[in-house]
Write a protein of this length. Structure first.
Ligand code: OAD
Length: 242
């Protein structure tokens, strides 16, 4: 049996398949990943842009970078990988998507049970009154101010050194513990606690599958590995199943 048929068979048999996704799943629509060649962290230092300390030191600088990323994200739609993952959920094969991405593309693609572990770049939060607001497009002024209290707004994302939203983390743990098939798609497995989820799933007896053109720390616990772009693999899987 070929590797694709093995995955198709596993999806048919699974009672609770969960996908964990990272920046690689959005790479195909032109949103750069963080690590690897051409990655954002090659050109920028995370501690200067993605920490609370960096924000309070220079909110304008941090916001310029986020405004640039918002321009990028708001101008892109879901790619094939987001779309086929949503279709796999609609067809009942995938039960949940846990994502480290802040681009909102899984939700736009039609995935329903989405856990956004690192928040959303499409939302802002007031650092003074806590008010949250969904944006229709990139922020216009930098740094933006709260319409309610005039406080400084921040992107509603998780920065290094911050805790993950409690509700998202507990939902992610719950889905992982329930899973018997765990797809790890487009993540380097470098950032915790998300990177711990595949091992947790494996300990609970789930079959771990990696879809990533590069080797990662997840590879050694994966029973099936696809060294190809996510969109290609998910399209082939979906077509085989339907
Ligand atoms: P990374 O940039 O660390 O890893 C992206 C992964 O996607 C790499 O392993 C690539 O090999 C893989 N990849 C690239 N193109 C792909 C494709 N077409 N199909 C499948 N895989 C592909 O991104 P994450 O693991 O998501 O956190 O990074 C985790 C966190 O680190 C992010 O959420 C962000 C970042 O710093 C915060 O900002 C808190």
């Amino acid at each position: 049996m070929g590797p694709l048929n093995r995955l198709v068979g596993a999806l048919r048999e699974a009672s609770h398949c969960v996908a964990l996704t990272g920046a690689g799943i959005s790479a195909e629509v032109g949103i750069p990943t963080f690590r690897g060649s051409g990655g954002l962290w090659e050109r920028h230092r995370p501690e200067e842009l993605a920490t609370p300390e960096a924000f309070w030191r220079d909110p304008e600088k941090v916001w310029r970078w986020y405004a640039w990323r918002q321009e990028l994200v708001f101008s892109r739609g879901p790619g094939p990988a987001h779309t086929y993952l949503a279709r796999l959920e609609e067809a009942g094969y995938v039960k949940a998507v846990i994502t480290q991405n802040v681009d909102g593309l899984h939700i736009l693609a039609g995935s329903r049970n989405v856990v956004e572990l690192h928040g959303s770049i499409r939302r802002v939060r007031c650092t003074r009154c806590g008010h949250r607001e969904e944006l229709a497009g990139p922020v216009r002024e930098v740094p933006p101010r709260c319409a309610r209290c005039g406080g400084l707004l921040r992107p509603d994302v998780v920065w290094f050194g911050e805790e993950l939203p409690r509700d998202a983390l507990s939902r992610a743990l719950e889905e992982t513990e329930k899973s018997d098939l765990f797809l790890v798609i487009g993540t380097s497995g470098a950032v915790y606690p998300a990177a711990a989820l595949p091992a947790l799933a494996a300990r609970r007896g789930a079959v771990v599958v990696e879809i990533n053109p590069e080797e990662t720390p997840i590879t050694r616990i994966a029973s099936m590995v696809f060294r190809a772009p996510a969109g290609e693999v998910l399209r082939a899987v979906y077509e085989e199943l339907s």
